[in-house]
Design a protein around this ligand. Structure first.
Ligand code: DGL
Length: 290
C-alpha cells in the first residue's frame, strides 16, 4: 500500500448510498482526491449473506489498492462494515481504514424521550457487530430496531429515469410501513423522538421521512462523524494532502460495477458532478451469485 499523501482516498458502498458519505468527506477534506466505487452489480448488500459481502469487500479493497493506489479506505456502508471490517483491518493493518455503524451513541445524546428508532438493512441489524453495539447502550434508552428490506434497492432504482416513478411510490410505501411498525413518533413521553438512519442510502430519503414524521423527530446519520474521523486518522498518520487545491479542482473518479447511467444520475443529482467523472468497471464483476 502507498503512504503518498497525494494519493486518493478510496470510498465504497454497495451502490449510491455512500455518496452521502462522500459529500461529507469532500466538505471536511477539501484538498483530498477521492475515488468512489459503487458495487451496483451486487446491490443491495443488505439481504445477502455475510460471506458474500465479505468477498466483495475484500475484492474491492484489493482493486482500489492495486489499481488506484489509495492511501486510505472509507467503507461507506453499514452492512459491509458489520460483515467485514474486522477481517479487512487484519488483512491491511497499515491501511488507514474507517467504517460506518448506526449512530446509536450520538442518538442517545440527542433523545429526550429515551425512545430511539433505528432503521438499517437486515444484514446490519442481524450482525454480531450490531448486537454488541446495541448491547452497550441498551440500558440507557429504549431502542426500536427495524430492518428495512427493499428500501436501499428502491432508492437505487429511484435514480434511473425509467424506474424513478415506480421506485418513488415504493419508497413512500416502505417508509410508511416501517415507521408504523416502529411505533409512535413525536416529542411526548413514550414516543420516538430520534431516528437513526443506519444505512447510508437512507440519507437520500430524509426529506420523505421528515414529511412523514414531522419536525419534532430528529434524524441522525453518520456522514459527518465519519468524515471527521477520516480527517483525524490521516492527520495522525501525517498523510493529509499537502497540496492545497480546492475540492472542485481535485480529480474525482466515481466507478461502478453496474449501471453507469444510474451512478451518473445520482452523482449529478446529489453531488452536482458531471457524467464524465463516472466510469464502469465490469472487471470487478467476477463474483458468483450469493
Ligand atoms: N448503503 C449500505 C448500508 O449502509 C448498503 C445498503 C444495501 O446495499 O443494502 O448498509
Amino acid at each position: 500500500m502507498t503512504t503518498d499523501p497525494q494519493h486518493p482516498i478510496g470510498v465504497f458502498d454497495s451502490g449510491i448510498g455512500g455518496l452521502s458519505v462522500l459529500q461529507a468527506l469532500r466538505k471536511e477534506l477539501p484538498h483530498e482526491r477521492f475515488v468512489y466505487l459503487a458495487d451496483q452489480a451486487h446491490a443491495p448488500y443488505g439481504e445477502k449473506s455475510g460471506a458474500f459481502i465479505g468477498q466483495r469487500t475484500h475484492a474491492i479493497a484489493d482493486y482500489l489498492l492495486g489499481q488506484h493506489h489509495i492511501k486510505a479506505l472509507v467503507v461507506a456502508c453499514n452492512t459491509a462494515t458489520a460483515a467485514a471490517i474486522h477481517e479487512l483491518r487484519a488483512q491491511h493493518p497499515a491501511l488507514p481504514l474507517v467504517g460506518v455503524e448506526p449512530a446509536l451513541k450520538p442518538a442517545l445524546a440527542l433523545s429526550h424521550t429515551r425512545h430511539i428508532g433505528v432503521m438499517a438493512t437486515r444484514g446490519t441489524v442481524c450482525s454480531d457487530k450490531f448486537a454488541r453495539l446495541l448491547g452497550s447502550v441498551q440500558d440507557q434508552a429504549h431502542f426500536e430496531v427495524q430492518a428495512c428490506n427493499g428500501l436501499a434497492l428502491a432508492i437505487e432504482q429511484s435514480t434511473l429515469p425509467d424506474q424513478a416513478e415506480a421506485a418513488q411510490a415504493q419508497i413512500t410505501q416502505l417508509l410508511q410501513t416501517y415507521t408504523q411498525a416502529m411505533g409512535r413518533f413525536g416529542s411526548e413521553s413514550g414516543q420516538i423522538d430520534t431516528l437513526v438512519l443506519g444505512c447510508t442510502h437512507y440519507v437520500f430519503v430524509e426529506k420523505d421521512l421528515r414529511q412523514l414524521l414531522g419536525p419534532g423527530v430528529q434524524l441522525v446519520s453518520t456522514g459527518e462523524p465519519v468524515a471527521r474521523q477520516t480527517q483525524r486518522l490521516l492527520a495522525a498518520a501525517e498523510m493529509l494532502n499537502p497540496e492545497k487545491t480546492d475540492t472542485a479542482a481535485q480529480p474525482m473518479r466515481l466507478l461502478t460495477t453496474g449501471d453507469l447511467q444510474g451512478l451518473q444520475a445520482a452523482a449529478q443529482r446529489w453531488l452536482g458532478l458531471p457524467p464524465e467523472v463516472c466510469q464502469a468497471v465490469p472487471a470487478l464483476l467476477s463474483n458468483p451469485a450469493p
